[in-house]
Structure formats: structure tokens, C-alpha cells
Write a protein that binds this ligand. Sequence first.
Ligand code: ADP
Ligand code: MG
Length: 274
Amino acid sequence: MPELQEVVVQWVEADKSHKNRVTMKEENSKVVIELENVKRYFHVGSEVVKALRGVSFKIHEGEFVTIQGTSGSGKSTLLNQLGCLDTPTSGEYYLDGVPVRKMSKSQRAHLRNKKIGFIFQNYNLLANTTAVENVELPLMYNSKYNSKQRKAAAIKALEAVGLGDRLYHKSNQMSGGQMQRVAIARALVNDPAVLLADEATGNLDTRTSFEVLVLFQELYKQGHTIIFVTHNPEIAEYSSRNIYLRDGKIREDTINNNIKSAAEALAALPKQED
Ligand code: ADP
Ligand code: MG
């Protein structure tokens, strides 16, 4: 992918100037997500599994937050709350100022489609379907788009993730990194308030993981709000804030004032041998 190598150099330069601008940015911007003492208990037989034991935080527009913790710490349960895929046992969740808990299922589904872009470990692309068709999908239920506008929006999103030359490749004709970039384009096409990623680099090799991480840092610089769930502590070095979960509770919530550049890390990786 020669193109990518060239842009990486530009990204490294852009990182240097960006670093000075981001400080304090988050504190002045609006709250996109607010959790108030959210608990989620599961009843399994006679046992109660306390997956979330009272989680509270605010996430501001433009933050890149990693949610980190070992297996079983409650990350997916938390992400399901944030993604409006599940409701808390108690506590409140406000998404873009809207209280989610009292909503009906269909209201929640509507809010989810409008406000959230999901990115999964397994990409969740439709098999045997082109990149453009996959990315058009979230716009199918949006009456503001006719088929021509849908296609144009999908192409624009794919170009933004560096896949302008793979528009009509089918999912099974692409590499893991390319498929994840299609998934990111699909998440972006609706212009959501927040991007939610669950182990988005979990299936990728080191180099490809960094390429995807470079893309996330680019989106962060453009002002997107990102929540990236991962068991991998290294990824927290590349985000602006890290929330560490253990046993369903927040153990640490720290701002990263020294965000590492994924582009630099990528450039420093040993060259791939053919
Ligand atoms: P993580 O994603 O950090 O690995 P999870 O959120 O998947 O953790 O799980 C947290 C805890 O809640 C675990 O003990 C898990 O077994 C339990 N759990 C998650 N989902 C369910 C469910 N649907 N029913 C019962 N227990 C669950
Ligand atoms: Mg999980």
C-alpha cells in the first residue's frame, strides 16, 4: 500500500502541531455521554452477576477515550449500555442530552442509528457485498437520502478512510485491515455523535493494528468523539483519556497529556519482508 506510506509521513508532521492544540480542548466542549451510577446485574439461576457496579463518567465532544480492563471486567456490558443495546438495572444514561433509560425499544433503536457508529472486532460486514453497499447500509432507513445520495455519501466515507481504490471490492476480496476500514467508513457515514469500537484491532497483526490506530487518531484530530474498548493496555498510550475497569467498577480515569503518535509508531516498525 504505497499511498499509505506517503500519508504516514504527513500524519507524523500533523501530529506535532496537533499536540499543542488539544490541551484543554475537551474541558470546554459539550458533554456527549453522561453515566450516573449505572449498574447492570444479571440473574443466572440463583446467582446474581454484578457486571457493572455503579459506573459514572462524562465524555465530552472530541475526546478519544479508551476503556480498558481484563476479560470479565465489564467492558462489553458497558459498551452495550453506551450503544443503547441494553438497559441498566439502575442508574441513568444521557446520550447527547437525551435520557436513554425511559425510552421505548424503537425510540432507542432510532437514537442508536442516528447517534452511534459501531466498529466491531469481526468487522461485521455483509459477505459477498461491495464496500460501497456495506457503507450505504446505515443510510437505508434515512429518508433524507435517495439512492444516488446514499452512494455518494458511501464513496466519500470510503475515500476518507483511504479506500477510494477499493470501492467495488467485495468483503471477501479484502484484507483484515481493509475490512476494518470499510467498517469505520460505515460507522462514519451517518455522521454520528460518537464512535464506539469494541476491540477494533483485536483481529489484526501489529502493523495493520497501527494503521487502523492511525486512522482513529486522524478521526480524533478531526473532532470525532471516540470510545475504544480494549483489553490491550498499549492502546491507551494513543488515546486522550483512559478509563480502567475492574470488577464492574472504574478503578482509574486518567487524562493522557502525552499522547503517542500511532503514525510515528507505524513508521518505526520494521519493514515487512516479502
Ligand atoms: P468483558 O467484556 O470485560 O470481558 P463482560 O462485560 O462481557 O466483560 O462481562 C462482565 C461480567 O458479566 C462477566 O462476569 C460475565 O460473565 C458477566 N456477563 C456478561 N453478560 C452476561 C449475561 N448476558 N448473562 C450473565 N452474565 C453475563
Ligand atoms: Mg468483552
